[in-house]
Design a protein around this ligand. Structure first.
Ligand SMILES: C[S@@+](CC[C@H](N)C(=O)[O-])C[C@H]1O[C@@H](n2cnc3c(N)ncnc32)[C@H](O)[C@@H]1O
Length: 203
Protein backbone atom coordinates (compact mmCIF):
# COMPACT_ATOMS: atom_id res chain seq x y z
CA UNK A 1 0.00 0.00 0.00
CA UNK A 2 1.31 3.49 -0.83
CA UNK A 3 2.39 5.72 2.07
CA UNK A 4 -0.26 8.47 1.54
CA UNK A 5 -2.97 5.76 1.33
CA UNK A 6 -1.75 4.32 4.66
CA UNK A 7 -1.89 7.74 6.32
CA UNK A 8 -5.40 8.43 4.89
CA UNK A 9 -6.55 5.10 6.34
CA UNK A 10 -4.96 6.05 9.67
CA UNK A 11 -6.74 9.44 9.75
CA UNK A 12 -10.10 7.79 8.93
CA UNK A 13 -9.58 5.22 11.69
CA UNK A 14 -8.71 7.96 14.18
CA UNK A 15 -11.94 9.84 13.31
CA UNK A 16 -14.10 6.77 13.96
CA UNK A 17 -12.24 5.56 17.04
CA UNK A 18 -14.23 5.81 20.30
CA UNK A 19 -11.05 5.86 22.42
CA UNK A 20 -9.69 8.86 20.49
CA UNK A 21 -12.99 10.70 21.16
CA UNK A 22 -12.98 9.68 24.83
CA UNK A 23 -9.35 10.79 25.33
CA UNK A 24 -10.18 14.24 23.92
CA UNK A 25 -13.20 14.61 26.22
CA UNK A 26 -11.23 13.45 29.29
CA UNK A 27 -8.19 15.60 28.53
CA UNK A 28 -5.68 12.82 27.84
CA UNK A 29 -2.95 13.35 25.27
CA UNK A 30 -3.39 9.93 23.66
CA UNK A 31 -5.83 7.02 23.41
CA UNK A 32 -2.97 4.86 24.81
CA UNK A 33 -4.16 5.80 28.32
CA UNK A 34 -7.05 3.31 28.10
CA UNK A 35 -4.63 0.41 27.58
CA UNK A 36 -2.85 1.30 30.84
CA UNK A 37 -6.20 1.75 32.59
CA UNK A 38 -7.29 -1.75 31.50
CA UNK A 39 -3.95 -3.24 32.56
CA UNK A 40 -4.23 -1.58 35.96
CA UNK A 41 -7.85 -2.71 36.45
CA UNK A 42 -6.93 -6.32 35.68
CA UNK A 43 -3.50 -6.61 37.32
CA UNK A 44 -3.59 -3.93 40.09
CA UNK A 45 -0.25 -2.44 39.14
CA UNK A 46 -0.14 0.76 41.15
CA UNK A 47 -0.27 1.53 44.88
CA UNK A 48 -0.10 4.94 46.50
CA UNK A 49 3.51 6.02 47.06
CA UNK A 50 4.84 3.83 44.22
CA UNK A 51 8.17 4.68 42.58
CA UNK A 52 7.48 4.42 38.85
CA UNK A 53 9.45 4.68 35.60
CA UNK A 54 7.51 5.40 32.39
CA UNK A 55 9.69 4.53 29.37
CA UNK A 56 8.67 5.90 25.97
CA UNK A 57 6.33 8.28 27.74
CA UNK A 58 5.55 10.96 25.10
CA UNK A 59 3.12 12.53 24.43
CA UNK A 60 2.29 11.62 28.03
CA UNK A 61 -1.10 9.98 28.57
CA UNK A 62 0.28 7.17 30.76
CA UNK A 63 2.07 9.72 32.95
CA UNK A 64 -1.13 11.81 33.10
CA UNK A 65 -3.00 8.72 34.34
CA UNK A 66 -0.34 8.04 37.00
CA UNK A 67 -0.33 11.68 38.08
CA UNK A 68 -4.13 11.57 38.59
CA UNK A 69 -4.61 8.06 39.98
CA UNK A 70 -1.57 7.29 42.14
CA UNK A 71 -1.25 9.42 45.26
CA UNK A 72 2.29 10.49 46.29
CA UNK A 73 3.83 8.70 43.35
CA UNK A 74 7.44 9.36 42.43
CA UNK A 75 7.55 9.03 38.66
CA UNK A 76 10.24 9.59 36.04
CA UNK A 77 9.04 9.77 32.42
CA UNK A 78 11.60 9.28 29.64
CA UNK A 79 11.30 9.81 25.92
CA UNK A 80 13.41 10.64 22.88
CA UNK A 81 10.97 13.51 22.32
CA UNK A 82 10.28 16.56 24.42
CA UNK A 83 7.17 16.21 26.64
CA UNK A 84 4.90 18.93 27.93
CA UNK A 85 5.04 19.14 31.72
CA UNK A 86 2.73 16.99 33.87
CA UNK A 87 2.09 17.66 37.55
CA UNK A 88 4.15 15.40 39.90
CA UNK A 89 6.09 13.81 37.03
CA UNK A 90 9.81 14.38 36.35
CA UNK A 91 10.55 14.23 32.64
CA UNK A 92 13.88 13.25 31.08
CA UNK A 93 14.53 13.69 27.36
CA UNK A 94 16.87 11.06 25.96
CA UNK A 95 17.45 7.60 24.60
CA UNK A 96 16.70 4.99 27.24
CA UNK A 97 19.16 2.55 25.66
CA UNK A 98 22.08 4.88 26.53
CA UNK A 99 23.82 4.00 29.78
CA UNK A 100 24.11 7.68 30.80
CA UNK A 101 20.29 8.03 30.65
CA UNK A 102 19.78 4.83 32.67
CA UNK A 103 22.18 6.09 35.34
CA UNK A 104 20.42 9.46 35.37
CA UNK A 105 17.05 7.75 35.99
CA UNK A 106 18.43 5.79 38.94
CA UNK A 107 20.18 8.85 40.37
CA UNK A 108 16.84 10.69 40.27
CA UNK A 109 14.73 7.86 41.68
CA UNK A 110 17.11 5.70 43.70
CA UNK A 111 17.31 1.89 43.61
CA UNK A 112 14.37 -0.45 44.20
CA UNK A 113 11.70 0.87 41.90
CA UNK A 114 8.11 -0.47 42.27
CA UNK A 115 6.88 -0.32 38.68
CA UNK A 116 8.67 -0.06 35.33
CA UNK A 117 6.42 0.58 32.33
CA UNK A 118 7.53 0.56 28.71
CA UNK A 119 5.32 1.70 25.87
CA UNK A 120 8.46 2.32 23.77
CA UNK A 121 8.07 1.65 20.07
CA UNK A 122 10.32 2.51 17.17
CA UNK A 123 9.01 4.69 14.36
CA UNK A 124 7.21 2.31 12.05
CA UNK A 125 9.01 1.49 8.81
CA UNK A 126 6.06 -0.19 7.04
CA UNK A 127 7.85 -3.52 7.45
CA UNK A 128 5.87 -5.16 10.27
CA UNK A 129 8.51 -7.86 10.95
CA UNK A 130 11.31 -5.32 11.29
CA UNK A 131 9.15 -3.05 13.50
CA UNK A 132 8.32 -5.99 15.75
CA UNK A 133 11.99 -7.06 16.06
CA UNK A 134 13.19 -3.52 16.89
CA UNK A 135 10.41 -2.88 19.41
CA UNK A 136 11.12 -6.34 20.88
CA UNK A 137 14.76 -5.31 21.37
CA UNK A 138 13.60 -2.22 23.32
CA UNK A 139 11.43 -4.48 25.49
CA UNK A 140 14.37 -6.83 26.21
CA UNK A 141 16.59 -3.88 27.19
CA UNK A 142 13.87 -2.53 29.50
CA UNK A 143 13.48 -6.02 31.00
CA UNK A 144 17.23 -6.27 31.71
CA UNK A 145 17.11 -2.82 33.34
CA UNK A 146 14.10 -3.96 35.43
CA UNK A 147 15.97 -7.02 36.65
CA UNK A 148 18.66 -4.70 38.06
CA UNK A 149 16.51 -2.00 39.61
CA UNK A 150 13.05 -3.36 40.53
CA UNK A 151 12.20 -4.22 44.11
CA UNK A 152 11.53 -7.95 44.70
CA UNK A 153 7.74 -7.38 44.48
CA UNK A 154 8.17 -4.99 41.56
CA UNK A 155 6.25 -5.10 38.29
CA UNK A 156 7.44 -4.75 34.72
CA UNK A 157 4.89 -4.02 32.00
CA UNK A 158 5.88 -3.62 28.37
CA UNK A 159 4.41 -3.28 24.93
CA UNK A 160 5.36 -6.16 22.64
CA UNK A 161 4.39 -7.07 19.12
CA UNK A 162 3.50 -10.63 18.17
CA UNK A 163 6.33 -11.65 15.88
CA UNK A 164 9.64 -13.42 15.73
CA UNK A 165 10.98 -12.03 19.04
CA UNK A 166 7.83 -12.94 21.03
CA UNK A 167 9.09 -16.35 22.25
CA UNK A 168 12.47 -14.92 23.31
CA UNK A 169 10.76 -12.12 25.28
CA UNK A 170 8.42 -14.52 27.12
CA UNK A 171 11.32 -16.94 27.80
CA UNK A 172 13.52 -14.13 29.20
CA UNK A 173 10.58 -12.84 31.25
CA UNK A 174 10.15 -16.31 32.80
CA UNK A 175 13.88 -16.48 33.63
CA UNK A 176 13.70 -13.15 35.49
CA UNK A 177 10.19 -13.22 37.01
CA UNK A 178 8.01 -15.78 38.79
CA UNK A 179 4.82 -14.63 37.03
CA UNK A 180 4.52 -13.68 33.36
CA UNK A 181 1.24 -12.91 31.57
CA UNK A 182 0.47 -11.64 28.07
CA UNK A 183 -2.58 -9.40 27.71
CA UNK A 184 -4.27 -7.56 24.87
CA UNK A 185 -6.46 -4.71 26.15
CA UNK A 186 -9.78 -4.12 24.34
CA UNK A 187 -8.54 -0.60 23.55
CA UNK A 188 -5.54 -1.98 21.64
CA UNK A 189 -6.54 -1.96 17.98
CA UNK A 190 -7.73 -5.39 16.84
CA UNK A 191 -5.76 -5.24 13.60
CA UNK A 192 -2.51 -4.46 15.43
CA UNK A 193 -0.03 -7.10 16.61
CA UNK A 194 0.37 -5.14 19.84
CA UNK A 195 0.11 -6.96 23.17
CA UNK A 196 1.48 -6.27 26.65
CA UNK A 197 3.66 -8.46 28.82
CA UNK A 198 3.01 -8.22 32.56
CA UNK A 199 5.84 -9.57 34.74
CA UNK A 200 5.73 -9.74 38.54
CA UNK A 201 7.89 -11.00 41.42
CA UNK A 202 11.59 -11.12 40.53
CA UNK A 203 13.32 -14.47 40.93
C1 LIG B 1 3.48 4.67 21.56
S1 LIG B 1 4.44 6.03 22.04
C2 LIG B 1 4.15 6.13 23.75
C3 LIG B 1 2.81 6.70 24.15
C4 LIG B 1 2.73 7.01 25.64
N1 LIG B 1 2.66 5.80 26.44
C5 LIG B 1 1.52 7.84 26.00
O1 LIG B 1 0.69 7.37 26.76
O2 LIG B 1 1.43 8.98 25.56
C6 LIG B 1 6.07 5.37 21.93
C7 LIG B 1 7.17 6.31 22.36
O3 LIG B 1 8.39 5.56 22.53
C8 LIG B 1 9.45 6.49 22.35
N2 LIG B 1 10.73 5.79 22.20
C9 LIG B 1 11.10 4.93 21.22
N3 LIG B 1 12.36 4.53 21.40
C10 LIG B 1 12.82 5.12 22.54
C11 LIG B 1 14.05 5.09 23.25
N4 LIG B 1 15.09 4.36 22.81
N5 LIG B 1 14.19 5.84 24.38
C12 LIG B 1 13.13 6.59 24.82
N6 LIG B 1 11.93 6.66 24.19
C13 LIG B 1 11.76 5.93 23.06
C14 LIG B 1 9.02 7.27 21.12
O4 LIG B 1 9.70 8.49 21.02
C15 LIG B 1 7.50 7.43 21.36
O5 LIG B 1 7.19 8.68 21.90
Amino acid sequence: MKKNKISKNWINKQRRDIYVKKSKIEGYRSRAVYKLEEINTKFKIFSNGSKIIDLGAAPGSWSQYISKKVKNNKTIAIDLNEMEKIENITTVKGDFTHETIQLKIIQLLGMKVDVILSDMAVNTTGNKDLDSIQTGELCLQAMAFSKKYLSSNGKFISKIFMGSSFNEIVKTGKEYFKEVKVFKPKSSRKDSKENFIICRYLR
